[in-house]
Design a protein around this ligand. Structure first.
Ligand code: OAD
Length: 224
């Protein structure tokens, strides 16, 4: 069975990492457009670096949970393509052998001038030089609003081949990821949503499993 799993912030919530769409509409006390857009980085790089440095240290302090580990087990048994919107490395630390980070990774840096990528230091600031071109234009290697997600061709090809598509802990508010269910369905995959609540795209799934990821993901994996 060919399986594509898409994960979102909900899978890391029980590891202590906050999700994005809190009821107050703020993200760690910031409006998203103040910290997660190319315009924000151009306007106030000090704030953007401070924000992502804090995210990097929160990720370093977090531990993978039972849901991350269950998906690592799933990869042992099936032909699994694991796509995540998360910029943390909890899937990797939970044992997943291969993870597609469509929104980038907080532990990697990107040069805004020459596009060189390298493992990020724990703290990036406005004086961090690019190891390739030497300019002080380091930024987190994260896909900001208005930028193109990574690996879309590969993800689309895997969705077209999938027998089963599962979306775990994602609110279905951010495209193109929110549209993966429609593509998978069009190519005849069975589509299942695992989430604490209904999402914005719940109606597109054939099946819904509701509850906390650390409970429902291991149970779902065991039942496959
Ligand atoms: P959201 O914060 O929008 O949604 C989190 C989802 O997880 C919600 O649907 C919750 O119901 C669910 N959830 C919360 N706790 C859970 C738990 N313990 N078990 C299961 N589900 C739980 O996060 P995403 O959908 O991942 O983009 O957000 C998508 C993108 O928006 C992110 O990748 C990020 C953000 O802007 C970038 O950083 C580029």
């Amino acid at each position: 069975m060919r399986i594509v799993v898409l994960t979102g912030a909900g899978i890391s919530a029980e590891s202590g990492l906050r999700t994005f769409r809190a009821e107050d509409g703020l993200w760690e006390d910031h409006h998203v457009e103040d910290v997660a857009t190319p315009q924000a980085y151009a306007r106030d790089p000090v704030l953007v670096h401070r924000f992502y440095n804090a995210r990097r240290s929160a990720v370093a302090a977090a531990q993978p949970n039972a849901a991350h580990r269950a998906l690592a087990d799933l990869a042992q048994e099936h032909d699994l393509t694991l796509v995540t919107q998360n910029v943390d490395d909890l899937h990797e630390r939970g044992g997943s052998p291969s993870v597609i980070h469509m929104h980038g990774e907080v532990n990697r840096a990107l040069c805004a001038a020459c596009d060189h990528r390298w493992p990020s230091p724990m703290e990036i600031d406005v004086n961090t030089p690019c190891p390739s071109c030497g300019r002080k234009t380091a930024r987190p290697d994260i896909v900001w609003f208005g930028e193109m997600p990574y690996h879309m061709d590969q993800i689309s090809a895997e969705l077209e081949r999938a027998d089963l598509f599962a979306a775990i802990g994602t609110s279905g508010n951010v495209y193109p990821a929110a549209g993966f269910v429609q593509l998978a369905r069009q190519y005849n995959a069975h589509c299942v949503e695992l989430n604490l609540d209904r999402s914005s795209v719940s109606r597109d799934f054939h099946e819904h499993i509701t509850g906390p990821a650390t409970k429902i993901v291991p149970d779902w994996v065991l039942g496959l």
